[in-house]
Design a protein around this ligand. Structure first.
Ligand code: FMN
Length: 165
């Protein structure tokens, strides 16, 4: 993969998350987990290039984003939609997701991504915030997105590096 400045990343950030989806991966070596995500953002905060992602506390991946300083966002071509669907509906507690999908884990700047990725963003956690429903001005969000009251933890990650194929 080729290392680039994230400002040179092609594509639309909204579409990258909402249409393409990504894998959020955290851990080291074989001790990692990955899950599909389509809610997230990229931008600028605190004079840093950042990505935001949102992980519900019951996800197995949450245990890894909690324990590790680094995590990655990996984006794939359309041919991996099935693999991403698997990683977004099954838990790493029950399945070896790499084995089941054929994705090949790889070490990248101290974290983990997959060889099949088109884009990899390595992030260092700089802040987290739990979604507080008291802050919802659009009251429909709570019922629509949180019927089980399982509010996401938002992680803000500073971009460590960005790679494209
Ligand atoms: C398209 C898609 C997008 C998803 N986006 C998120 C997300 O942004 N945050 C989240 O907590 N779960 C999201 N999920 C659900 C997790 O990927 C799913 O619960 C997964 O099985 C968790 O795996 P784990 O238990 O191995 O961490 C999404 C699922 C799909 C299919």
């Amino acid at each position: 993969m080729k290392k680039i400045d994230i400002k040179d990343l092609k594509g639309n950030a909204v579409s990258l998350f909402d249409d393409k989806w990504c894998l959020i991966t955290a851990g080291v070596g074989e001790n990692y987990n990955t899950m599909t995500a389509s809610w997230g953002a990229m931008g600028e905060l605190w004079n840093k290039d950042v990505c935001f992602c949102f992980i519900r506390p019951q996800r197995y991946t949450y245990e890894f984003t909690e324990k590790n300083e680094l995590f990655t966002l990996s984006f794939f071509g359309e041919e991996y939609r099935k693999a991403l669907s698997f990683c977004g509906t099954k838990s790493g507690r029950d399945f070896d997701k790499a084995k089941e999908t054929g994705l090949t884990p790889m070490e990248i700047d101290g974290s983990v991504s997959f060889e099949e990725s088109e884009i990899v963003i390595v992030l260092r956690k700089v802040a987290y915030q739990d979604i507080n429903p008291e802050g919802f001005l659009d009251k429909a969000i709570d019922g629509n997105c949180y019927p089980q009251k399982d509010y996401h933890r938002m992680y803000i990650g500073e971009v460590v590096s960005c790679y494209v194929k």
